[in-house]
Design a protein around this ligand. Structure first.
Ligand SMILES: Cc1cc2nc3c(=O)[nH]c(=O)nc-3n(C[C@H](O)[C@H](O)[C@H](O)COP(=O)(O)OP(=O)(O)OC[C@H]3O[C@@H](n4cnc5c(N)ncnc54)[C@H](O)[C@@H]3O)c2cc1C
Ligand SMILES: NC(=O)c1ccc[n+]([C@@H]2O[C@H](COP(=O)([O-])OP(=O)(O)OC[C@H]3O[C@@H](n4cnc5c(N)ncnc54)[C@H](OP(=O)(O)O)[C@@H]3O)[C@@H](O)[C@H]2O)c1
Length: 365
């Protein structure tokens, strides 16, 4: 018998507002949170990008449409290892890489700036999709005079072959951290985020100290190429999924021919803040049976209660379908703002209760 239980307790995830977790074999596990501040919202009735599918039962195809050509990648030896590379470069001996490009990827009406940054590591710092790099910004650690700055982690936004498909670059999706004085409402540049501003201000050819790759939690399980993957992101939390989706739909990987379902939920402020939308829209067109894409535009759309439209509202909209997929063994991933979790927890708990499920109380990362 399978169980899904979502209960209050402790979440084994990084503290603060950043986090990423993957749940596999969700049906025997539960999600637990301390933060009870979020009030569950009601379902919405907005059109979705692939709205035609929304009320249909999902039929998973076992093969993708063969007509869409895929990109050849190299070196294919990057497929050979059984384990992901881990901490090849550590903070005391970081790798010095070179910035290849920095591009602002949001429109003028986006609140804040997000940049896509391509780093040339010359093939010396390989990684797997879902891992992170550390970046050590230049300058002195303000808390430890004479010591370098602390490492900041960034989820990798490319596949292991990088944006040039040659295994020599890594892409990051970085939101510039800007500080506004709460009293005056004015920007105070002296308190702006050190590393995100360093990255967004860098120029091609600049040197950058990197560590890693780090993390095993968000690796893409590939044992079953016909599996279902439900990916939930707020803002730059999209990073790991861009890597997964390139591997699934853009690259020709002899060992991994994806024929399952990838369902992406992305929450951003407005249309101008959408990230990698062209890429995702193309997958929708090319692989309509294997890809679904739903967006929550918090400052353009309202939820049913008149509040901001957040990803958790989208989850609620599809909660029955999502629950069924999870019960059938779908993988689910969360990346971005921790604040989205209580709502998702409540939603899935509501569905579980409605189905008369009881559950075990365990959570494993
Ligand atoms: C696993 C993981 C993955 C991540 N992935 C990504 C990613 O893909 N993309 C991404 O953009 N981020 C990501 N982050 C967040 C990233 O690591 C950094 O925390 C973020 O970029 C901010 O770092 P910073 O050096 O710019 O800011 P910091 O200099 O570390 O400052 C942190 C915050 O404090 C504020 N601040 C500074 N001084 C003061 C002061 N005196 N008073 C009040 N506030 C102040 C800054 O404005 C900033 O908002 C990730 C974090 C984790 C843990
Ligand atoms: N751990 C990781 O691997 C990882 C990877 C990438 C990013 N991150 C972190 O993820 C966060 C995302 O940052 P960002 O600056 O890109 O995002 P952002 O632009 O600040 O927010 C993205 C969207 O999330 C909405 N949002 C705000 N609070 C929410 C809540 N409680 N529930 C659901 N949605 C909510 C925002 O709405 P409004 O602004 O309109 O309220 C906006 O629409 C950052 O803290 C980043 O450091 C972590």
């Amino acid at each position: 018998m399978s169980h899904l239980a979502i209960s209050q307790g402790s979440l084994t995830a990084p503290v603060g507002s950043d986090f990423s977790i993957r749940r596999s074999v969700f049906k025997t596990q539960s999600i637990n949170f301390n933060d009870k501040s979020w009030a569950p919202l009601l379902p919405l009735d907005l059109k979705t990008k692939n709205g035609g599918l929304r009320n249909q039962r999902i039929v998973r195809m076992s093969v993708q449409q063969a007509s869409v050509p895929k990109v050849a990648v190299s070196p294919l030896q990057l497929e050979d290892a059984n384990e992901p590379p881990l901490n090849t470069y550590k903070p005391k001996e970081p790798y010095t890489a070179t910035i290849r490009s920095v591009e602002r990827i949001v429109g003028p009406k986006a609140p804040g700036e997000t940049c896509h940054i391509v780093i040339d590591h010359g093939g010396n710092v390989p990684y797997w999709e879902g891992q992170s790099y550390g970046v050590i910004p230049p300058g002195e650690n303000p808390k430890k005079p004479g010591a370098p700055q602390n490492v900041r982690l960034y989820s990798i936004a490319s596949s292991r072959y990088g944006d040039y498909f040659d295994g020599k670059t890594t892409s990051l999706c970085v939101r510039r951290a800007v500080y506004y004085d709460p009293e005056t409402g004015k920007e105070d540049p002296s308190k702006n985020g050190v590393c995100s501003n360093f990255l967004c201000d860098s120029k091609p050819g600049d040197k950058i100290k990197i560590t890693g790759p780090a993390g095993k939690i968000m690796l893409l399980p590939e044992d079953n190429p016909n599996a279902t993957h439900i990916m939930i992101a707020t803002g730059t939390g999209i990073a790991p999924y861009r890597g997964y989706l390139r591997r699934m739909f853009m690259e020709s990987i002899p060992k991994f021919k994806f024929g399952g379902l990838a369902w992406l939920f992305l929450g951003v402020a407005n249309t101008d803040s959408l990230l990698y939308d062209e890429e995702f829209t193309k997958y929708l067109k090319d692989y309509p049976d294997n890809f679904r894409y739903d967006i929550a535009l918090s400052r353009e759309h309202k939820n049913k209660r008149g509040g901001k439209m957040y990803v958790q509202d989208k989850i609620e909209e599809y909660s029955d379908e999502i629950f069924k997929l999870l019960d059938d063994g779908a993988h689910i991933y969360f990346c971005g703002l921790r604040g989205m979790m209580p709502g998702i927890q409540e939603t899935l708990k509501g569905v579980a209760d409605g189905r008369g499920r009881t559950g075990r109380r365990s959570f494993h990362n």
